[in-house]
Ligand binder design. Sequence first.
Ligand code: SAM
Length: 292
Amino acid sequence: MGKISKYFKEAVARAVNYNQFHADFLRKLPKEFHPAAKLQFVPLLSSDERAVANKIEAFRSQIPKVSDAQKIASYTSPHSGSFKKDAQGHALSGEYVESNVEAHVKTGSPKLKGMLLKRIVEGYGAKRVLELGTNTGFSGSYFIFVNGVELTTIEGSESLCNIADKNMRRISPKYRIMNNLFDEAIDQLIQENAKFDCVFIDGQHEKEATLHYAERVKPLMAANAIYIFDDIYWSDDMNEAWKELVYTKDFSKAVDLFSVGVCVQEENTSGKTALYDLGDYLPRPNIFRKNW
Ligand SMILES: C[S@@+](CC[C@H](N)C(=O)[O-])C[C@H]1O[C@@H](n2cnc3c(N)ncnc32)[C@H](O)[C@@H]1O
């Protein structure tokens, strides 16, 4: 589908389903997710949010200037079905690949995505946020813009950690960057008895890896914590992971917001997960990497 026909289809669906979205979807959806769902239905920022986004986004063009390296390596997302663990039960990461620093200007959440994350955390009232996948610190900056939020974020690439540090320190001092592979950092946080109200899983986009990290972070999560899964329409198997996660017994509620899926960890006494699906009101995104 071309970009124009995609936007056209979405605009028509918005107009046709506008009343139903409000009277039906929002009526059933728990209130804490309304700000995020509204942004996904009508992608417009308030003037205050535009000011926040402008402040955060001003760093993007600075990345080549503040970087201490010309080439920066990051861990790529592995192909479907390639997941393996080592003898310790740690996930093997995707390939570590170098690219020019300029290529990293565009990586990291853009403003609408960042604001969506901000609205989820703010709406839910989460204060202790854990992130798997720091990159250049854009999602992190949107998280720590929320009053009272403390972020712990994990990134395997040292050069990316340095850039993210310069990015996020402009916003708030309430963050900790761990330069480790995800499993190593999770081990350390478990030893420290750390607890979080929210985790954003945004690295190693592959079904088994996603299920692995969702399981690994469990001892770190407080009662009623939320899990935000990024890119649930990135590949067929990321979408399978999402469908599998929705119906695990640990989650009582799940919200499909297309670019992310959010699950609430509550004792699921009925044994059924309530799924709130934006796909009932807007055209569902195509899988980004078919046959990946
Ligand atoms: C999609 S980017 C994160 C984007 C960032 N959360 C944002 O929205 O601005 C994923 C990051 O995770 C890192 N990564 C992937 N697999 C990893 C692993 N197993 N351990 C540590 N870092 C990893 C990559 O180097 C990459 O920078």
